[in-house]
Design a protein. Structure first.
Length: 213
């Protein structure tokens, strides 16, 4: 086993033992709800989205209902998530496309998902892993940041990071890995002030992108 393979093995073991119950932070009850919530979470905290979605889905619980909502109605509900005009437009178009092309159901296929309005690869991967149990490596800001600091990638580009992680980690572990790494990024390896002294990975972390400690 190479030194990099040994370090990755230790990272996986640490994440498994430290965050065994890690889950998606966004609240949802269906693939449609997770899809819409993930679109709303762009440049917004998951906590804020979770405050908004009960009211949103209470009024429009599925694609058929949301596709009938007016722009003004949806804007009023999602306003606090930021960029609310674009987001309201995006989720209405998304709902309409689901009704027109998929009978209102969310497809469990990456290519079909990314053809939907406002759905990129990361959003599609969240839905595939979170709702369909398929191998998926969504790279959000937390996963990207921690992967770089741990030396699992040398890139800051989400697509390249996904490729690097996919090449190093067995597909069966992708979803658990990204979910647990995201939790670690939120709780310990934070953006501005990572808690390195409290991190179980500190002995093997190259701290890429951080000032020396």
């Amino acid at each position: 086993m190479t030194s990099n393979e040994n370090r990755l093995s230790r990272i996986l073991a640490f994440l498994d033992s430290t965050y065994p119950d890690a889950r998606i932070v966004l609240d949802f009850k269906s693939p449609f709800q997770l899809l819409v919530a993930t679109v709303l979470a762009a440049q917004c905290t998951d906590d804020r989205v979770n405050q908004v979605t009960p009211g949103l889905f209470g009024r429009w619980p599925d694609a058929a209902e949301l596709s009938k909502a007016t722009q003004d109605e949806v804007e009023a509900v999602v306003r606090s998530t930021g960029f609310y005009k674009n987001k309201a437009k995006a989720v209405r178009a998304l709902a309409a496309a689901l009704v027109a092309d998929h009978g209102g159901a969310v497809p469990g296929d990456l290519d079909l998902l990314t053809k939907l309005p406002g759905v990129g690869r990361k959003t599609a991967s969240v839905v595939l892993g979170g709702c369909f149990g398929k191998p998926a490596l969504p790279v959000d800001t937390h996963v990207g940041r921690v992967s770089y600091r741990l030396g699992l990638t040398v890139s800051n580009d989400p697509v390249r990071i996904e490729q690097d992680l996919a090449g190093a980690i067995p597909a069966a572990r992708w979803w658990d890995f990204t979910t647990r790494l995201g939790w670690h990024g939120r709780r310990i390896c934070t953006g501005r002030k990572p808690l390195c002294d409290s991190c179980g990975l500190e002995p093997i972390c190259p701290k890429n992108g951080l000032a020396s400690k």
